[in-house]
Design a protein around this ligand. Structure first.
Ligand SMILES: Cc1cc2nc3c(=O)[nH]c(=O)nc-3n(C[C@H](O)[C@H](O)[C@H](O)COP(=O)(O)OP(=O)(O)OC[C@H]3O[C@@H](n4cnc5c(N)ncnc54)[C@H](O)[C@@H]3O)c2cc1C
Length: 258
């Protein structure tokens, strides 16, 4: 893990309020694994660093995909080419893949696509099939198709039906989960709740399913214990033991309490 000042190579709005920022950071890019995150210093008005996933890596460059929701991400959205960004990472465990996997299912709700893009590049050459179930409220909030690797089998669902299937992305899980060797998910809390409450109907039981949790966290380093949750295998720190957890380990009530 390193703290470094990365140079901003580009920063553009790819969907309304969502920015894709490429940074030059050999120290962190070369060490990052899919599913890991950075703690990003977001200017003088925010005391705490903000956790942002490693969205993608190309050589010594790494990308962040962030949605503007408050002061920190607003500050990030104004960074220009050539600016410096204070980042700390890579942090967390990342996604647990296996060389045996031939069919991978990825499920992304909204900005939940952020940690999954790098994983696609990692598994696309060793797997016969990588399917991405990508859900958003409407067409304009959908991660752009041209930023995905062409090898990925893309299945789109929008809540208003403006593109792809009409409905929640979770409704399409049963159609794809049977064939999958492993399933990786990232999305908002209602998506986690739906999946937990309909685990059997969605045919998720007896499958290795991993969920990347986005909890509020203060230090990101396992020092403050602020992101501690109770799981079926004991107390865990989301920043250090996660953010990726076996789906079966997550206690839903514990998550909604926070
Ligand atoms: C491991 C991890 C990885 C993440 N990766 C990404 C990513 O790749 N892209 C991205 O856009 N966001 C990501 N997030 C969420 C991101 O950290 C928050 O959106 C960010 O900290 C908000 O900072 P802010 O100063 O802009 O907003 P704040 O002013 O701090 O908060 C504004 C609003 O956002 C909500 N919020 C704040 N922090 C979080 C959080 N950690 N999770 C969910 N909601 C939050 C608050 O409840 C509030 O409603 C990640 C979070 C974690 C824990």
């Amino acid at each position: 893990m390193k703290q470094t000042f990365a140079k901003v190579l580009s920063n553009r709005e790819v969907m309304p309020g969502v920015y894709l920022m490429w940074l030059k950071s050999p120290e962190i890019a070369l060490k990052s694994l899919p599913g890991q995150f950075l703690m990003v210093a977001c200017g003088e008005e925010t005391v705490l660093r903000r956790p942002i996933s490693v969205h993608n890596v190309e050589g010594d460059k790494l990308a962040l995909l962030f949605m503007v929701v408050g002061k920190g991400t607003e500050w990030l959205s104004h960074l220009q080419i050539g600016d410096s960004l204070d980042i700390l990472g890579p942090l967390g465990n990342g996604f647990m893949t296996s060389a045996e996997d031939k069919n991978i299912l990825l499920i992304a709700g909204g900005i939940g696509v952020a940690p999954l893009r790098f994983l696609m590049d990692k598994v696309k050459s060793s797997c016969k099939q990588v399917t991405l179930l990508l859900g958003a409220a409407a067409a304009e909030k959908l991660y752009p198709k041209e930023l995905l690797p062409p090898e990925v089998n893309l299945v789109v669902a929008t809540e208003d039906g403006s593109i792809g299937h009409k409905g929640l992305v979770t409704e399409f899980i049963p159609n794809f989960v049977i064939a999958a060797d492993r399933v990786f998910v990232c999305g908002p809390m209602p998506m986690l709740r739906y999946m937990a409450e309909h685990q059997r109907d969605l045919k998720l039981t007896n499958k290795p399913v991993y969920f990347s949790l986005e909890m509020r966290m203060a230090c990101g380093l396992g020092v403050c214990y602020g992101c501690t949750i109770r799981t079926k295998s004991g107390l865990k720190q989301v920043c250090k033991d996660g953010p990726v957890f076996p789906f079966n380990d997550i206690i839903l009530d514990e998550m909604t309490r926070l």
